[in-house]
Design a protein around this ligand. Sequence first.
Ligand SMILES: NC(=O)c1ccc[n+]([C@@H]2O[C@H](COP(=O)([O-])OP(=O)(O)OC[C@H]3O[C@@H](n4cnc5c(N)ncnc54)[C@H](O)[C@@H]3O)[C@@H](O)[C@H]2O)c1
Length: 246
Amino acid sequence: MSLLANRTAVVTGGAQGIGFEIARQFVDAGARVVIGDLDLERATAAAEQLGGRDVARAVRCDVVRAEDWDVLLAEAVDGFGSLDVVVNNAGITRDATMRTMTEEDFDLVIGVHLKGTWQGTRKASAIMREAKSGAIVNLSSLSGKVGMIGQTNYSAAKAGIVGMTKAAAKEMAHHGVRVNAIQPGLIRSAMTEAMPQKAWDGKMAEIPMNRAGEVAEVASVALFLASDMSSYMTGTVLEVTGGRFM
Ligand SMILES: NC(=O)c1ccc[n+]([C@@H]2O[C@H](COP(=O)([O-])OP(=O)(O)OC[C@H]3O[C@@H](n4cnc5c(N)ncnc54)[C@H](O)[C@@H]3O)[C@@H](O)[C@H]2O)c1
């Protein structure tokens, strides 16, 4: 099934982890993909692995910077001929309790997630409204639903992405552009494997399905939201959590 045949998708933070798997599943579904990532070397290697310039390209991009978005989206529009899907996936964590969290780490996490997703959503919307179609998928987190200890910055940013997704969905619905979000729970990736064993075990105990999720299990939901399979869905938040905090 070529769910994304003849479509071009931009995936931020696609050099590794969930973003790379989203890019991989999109290419498998017939899309051409532009990976935007801070780490150009890794993003270039990822694009090569996905089949090279004809189907996948890499652009260095800091999602916080509007100018970087212009270059990234131009690679889709001018390089591949259209912009049909944008996945705002790039992310970081700087965990600490409020007692020890620095203002710098608060601003950094809010910036990458909230401003980065806003830049991508508004810049993509401006192009997609002209074409009267498009799908934007934003990566929130279960942290944004329930709040996690040590993540006042990240939980605030991920909750903010939900509000932003719904506001943008309302603004763009009549232009044919859909905006949806995903809230992953505990997914096995570089971000979570850096976690101390005790913290990992604590989270596992909260998961009814009794296991962590795999990046492929988030990517398949991103593919669903990016494709016409979800053509009557906008402003929704899909939880990919194994039932945790349902
Ligand atoms: N892994 C999980 O359990 C989990 C759970 C919930 C939500 N998420 C969210 O899913 C997304 C992907 O997470 P992951 O686990 O694959 O992370 P990861 O750390 O493996 O990959 C993140 C990627 O984003 C890139 N990046 C970071 N800052 C950037 C910036 N300013 N501009 C452009 N690129 C930047 C990194 O270079 C990296 O390639 C994130 O938004 C994360 O918050 C992850």
